[in-house]
Design a protein. Structure first.
Length: 281
């Protein structure tokens, strides 16, 4: 038997608890019983990773209830890579599906989870916001950020800013969640923080995450801001979108959109990337 057979048998045991195939590699039944140490360690590592990746979700549910559900998630979606960094991409959707479809015969700990989860209609969105924050934090560093100094240089070189192609940097994520989800998430993540105002001008549930100077930020977007960010996000072949076209998309939604103020905010928050080598020196 090859090492591959052993790895397959051991992996099957870790994921399912079925140790039947491990009998060929263990001298006696006591050795098989000792395998539980590895399986328990596997689950603990996975659940700990989920707790770290979804801290607000865990706070909302309580540690015991969250970890019971997280263990169930590991049964269905064990890690597929050699690292637990970023583990849990499908966790929010799994959580939403299970809240809806959980059988009445589910064990008591999971029924307790459902009872707590029902107290917040935004729970799946809370998990999505947790993962968006994590994804923005782990994103690649921007190396071609459009800064005020770059803008000055481009104008001095005679470039038309409206034709300059830019794109959102890798840390920017747009996420659509239910009304009130962002406010609830922020109040849980940052106690005593003022709740985010969601005005009538805000697009229904659109949130933007981005990382600036090492810190992840989040805010609700207006409908015009969504149009702008989606235009910049939908670049072709990674070449970006002309600034003029992107702002025209926002103005088409709101003719009173403050282009100058928003452009300044984009520069200040390091949202835009540009390839300066494409412009004349």
């Amino acid at each position: 038997m090859s090492v591959h057979h052993y790895i397959d048998a051991f992996t099957r045991y870790l994921r399912s608890g079925d140790a039947s195939a491990m009998g060929r590699f263990c001298e006696n039944s006591d050795h098989i019983k000792r395998l539980a140490v590895y399986r328990n360690g596997f689950y603990k590592g996975c659940v700990d990773a989920l707790a770290a990746n979804f801290p607000v979700c865990q706070k909302l549910l309580g540690s015991e209830s969250f970890r019971n559900f997280a263990r169930l998630y590991v049964d269905y979606f064990p890690p597929q890579q050699g690292t637990l960094v970023g583990y849990g991409r499908s966790f929010p959707d799994f959580l939403a599906d299970y809240m809806t479809e959980m059988p009445d015969t589910a064990e008591l700990s999971l029924r307790s989870f459902k009872a707590k989860a029902s107290s917040s209609l935004n729970l799946p969105d809370i998990a999505r916001l947790d993962y968006a924050w994590l994804t923005s934090l782990m994103s690649a560093d921007a190396e071609k950020t459009l800064t005020a100094e770059n803008v000055t240089r481009l104008m001095e070189q005679g470039n038309d800013l409206e034709k300059v192609r830019v794109k959102l940097n890798a840390s920017v994520l747009l996420l659509r969640v239910g009304s009130g989800s962002l406010s609830e998430w922020i109040s849980l993540k940052i106690p005593n923080n003022e709740r985010t105002q969601e005005t009538e001008s805000s697009a229904a549930g659109f949130v933007m995450f981005w990382r600036a100077r090492g810190a992840v930020q989040a805010r609700a977007l207006s409908k015009a801001e969504v149009a702008l960010m989606q235009a910049l996000q939908g670049e072709e072949e990674g070449k970006g979108r002309p600034l003029g076209e992107a702002f025209d998309a926002a103005l088409a939604v709101d003719e009173n959109f403050e282009v100058s103020d928003v452009f300044s905010a984009c520069l200040q928050n390091e949202l835009l990337d540009v390839e300066m080598l494409e412009f004349r020196q």
